[in-house]
Design a protein around this ligand. Structure first.
Ligand SMILES: Nc1ncnc2c1ncn2[C@@H]1O[C@H](COP(=O)(O)OP(=O)(O)O)[C@@H](O)[C@H]1O
Ligand SMILES: [Mg+2]
Length: 588
């Protein structure tokens, strides 16, 4: 182990000398308090160390010891339901040791050492295995079946395999390799700044269904895709991230609360476990790993938190699961990066962010994907990443938003004007986009309805026309519009209010299946198309606008999934009757 001494302390940055034998990205222990840090720059025998704990009181001459290993996470049973800080220290365990004020230098293992897990083997003595192969399973929580995989770099023949109750440090298998026998336990470690390997990446062609209409219908994210949600304070970033955590088709959720709120750490710890998993009725934590870095926690750990989170997410992806990772907010992460860069006295780029902001963001998002995992069974896993961005004042021309937009394929632009009008989710339908739509068009047409894409396009066009018509109305007033344009405006309003608007807090409206989304699209279009035809045949525009069935169309979002078809046909029937009725009456 190489040892040096502190030369200088600048906030979370410590310069140590006498460090010639250490390497970039080595984990170090700083001072006799043994604070955890990581080498982020080397010059000769001087190392710049980013320290993940409060450095006040530290001074020159104190020891700095390199652990000769990169910053890594522990991967194995016990991850699910855990709440970690940015370098995978279990917050609840630390609080037990040191109370709510995080004491420095506490050493608590990431995975519990004393807990026994029931290991069920899936291979037998004599089987040939390679890295990534599943050798057994552990029922980690009610909903998560944890697959124990052969660690990277181990290939050979099973010499011994156990069954029963073991801790993560026990040996559950021995594998005979050409370099000798290897003992395998249920825990692996992996360096956080390096993506976990896989066999190959597959193109994104399946949506990550979220049950959120504006997302699935208009701006879908692929399984294994990347999306950004930029928006000003109060526009709904956290609500949408929570909705996706609850409803997206993900077996595992990794949620990184990244310096966003000014709240105390305890708030985050209390709030998230209270979210209910609609699929199981249990706490959402039963399939979640939570990484919490509130703004009152050391800034350097926030920089590391997104790597810690994504490494854990990749590990579950490797098991063949659909994993969704949310980071709220990447802006706070970028600010941590900026602070460290400033301390290093690097040449500042735009708004003080380092020139490598964009490449760091890209390296992070690139770890998403739909992949074939290592191992002989060709299992597929997906890691989808959704990052919230909180640009100051909501102005996305700033560097973090711009750098993010160059990378992600889906942009859900939250709009303060919509939020102010309480149109939620406040995703602006004119500026948002999904570059996965073309790839996934066939999937929707084949798996939901043959006219899915066609209907989606009709809705989009009506909304675009509405935006243009609004300009005209602003200049010359509503009365100047032709009857058919008035009808178009009404149809667009119905799309906005009846279809796009979705209340996350309403027990039925909070989630819409794709089937329901399809029927809702058809209803708003049925009104428009049939009313248009009636108008052409001479029906009265006022009468068409005031038809009672429109109220029913508006309430279709509250129809439960089991009554969809029945209610759909009832509304269509009423629509036909109402239109006939408009012809019957001459004046209103
Ligand atoms: N989909 C939604 N349905 C209902 N209310 C919403 C929705 N999205 C946001 N809101 C409202 O907006 C408020 C602010 O949202 P939040 O996600 O905390 O904003 P941000 O994280 O962008 O600051 C929420 O407390 C809620 O009242
Ligand atoms: Mg928020």
């Amino acid at each position: 182990m190489s040892k040096g001494t502190i030369k200088k302390v600048a906030g979370p940055l410590v310069i140590a000398e006498g460090m010639r034998d250490s390497n970039m990205f080595d984990v170090v222990r700083v001072s006799n308090q043994r604070l955890i840090g990581e080498i982020i720059e080397m010059h000769g025998d001087e190392a710049s160390v980013q320290v993940y704990e409060e450095t006040s009181g530290l001074g020159p001459g104190e020891p700095v010891e390199s652990m000769n290993a990169p910053l890594s996470v522990e991967l194995g049973p016990g991850l699910i339901t855990s709440i970690y800080d940015g370098i995978q220290r279990p917050l609840d365990e630390i609080m037990k040791v040191s109370g709510t004020n995080l004491k420095r230098g506490v050493e608590v293992p990431s995975l519990k050492r004393d807990k026994k897990w029931n290991f069920v083997p899936t291979v037998k003595v004599g089987d040939e295995v390679q890295n990534g192969d599943i050798i057994g399973t552990v029922q980690e929580t009610i909903v998560v079946n944890h697959k124990i995989m052969v660690p990277y770099g181990i290939n050979g023949k099973v010499k011994e395999i156990k069954a029963g109750e073991f801790t993560v440090e026990d040996v559950v298998a021995v594998i005979e390799t050409k370099d000798g026998d290897k003992e395998v336990g249920m825990m692996q470690t992996w360096p956080v700044r390096k993506g976990r390997p896989y066999l190959k990446k597959l193109p994104p062609e399946m949506p990550l269904v979220t049950g959120q209409r504006v997302v699935d219908t208009f701006f879908p994210i692929a399984k294994g895709g990347v999306a950004a949600v930029p928006g000003p304070f109060g526009s709904g970033k956290t609500v949408i991230q929570h909705q996706l955590a609850k409803w997206a088709e993900a077996d595992i959720v990794v949620y990184i609360g990244c310096g966003e709120r000014g709240n105390e750490m305890t708030d985050v710890l209390n709030e998230f476990p209270e979210l209910k998993d609609p699929k199981t009725g249990q706490s959402l934590m039963e399939r979640t790993v939570l990484i919490a870095n509130t703004s009152d926690m050391p800034v350097a750990a926030r920089e590391a938190s997104i790597y810690t989170g994504i490494t854990i997410a990749e590990y579950f992806r490797d098991m063949g699961y659909s994993v969704a990772l949310m980071a709220d907010s990447t802006s706070r992460w970028a600010e941590a990066l900026r602070e460290m860069s400033g301390r290093l006295e690097e040449m500042p780029g735009e708004e003080g962010y380092p020139a490598y902001l964009g490449s760091r963001l890209a390296q992070f998002y690139e770890r998403a994907g739909h992949v074939v995992s290592l191992g002989s069974d060709q299992r597929e896993g997906a890691l989808s990443v959704i990052g919230a961005v909180s640009p100051p004042g909501g102005d996305i021309s700033e560097p973090v938003s711009q750098a993010t937009l160059r990378i992600v394929k889906v942009f859900w632009g939250l709009d303060s004007a919509l939020a102010y009008k309480r149109h939620f989710p406040a995703i602006n339908w004119l500026t948002s986009y999904s570059l996965y739509v073309d790839n996934m068009a066939d999937w929707f047409d084949d798996n939901v309805a043959a006219d899915w894409m066609e209907n989606r396009q009709k809705l989009m066009s009506l909304l675009q026309d509405e935006a243009e018509l609004e300009e005209i109305v602003k200049m010359v007033g509503m009365d100047a519009l032709s009857a058919s344009d008035r009808l178009k405006m009404e149809a667009a309003r119905s799309i906005r209010e009846d279809f796009l608007h979705q209340n996350s807090f309403h027990e039925v409206d909070t989630y819409s299946s794709l089937k329901k989304q399809h029927l809702m699209m058809k209803l708003v279009l049925a009104f428009y198309e049939q009313a248009k035809e009636a108008l052409e045949k001479g029906a009265n525009i006022q009468g068409l606008i005031k038809m009672e069935v429109r109220e029913k169309i508006g309430r279709f979002k509250y129809v439960t999934e089991d009554k969809l078809d029945k209610e759909y046909y009832a509304v269509l029937k009423e629509l036909a009757a109402d239109i006939a009725n408009v012809f019957g009456k001459e004046d209103f």
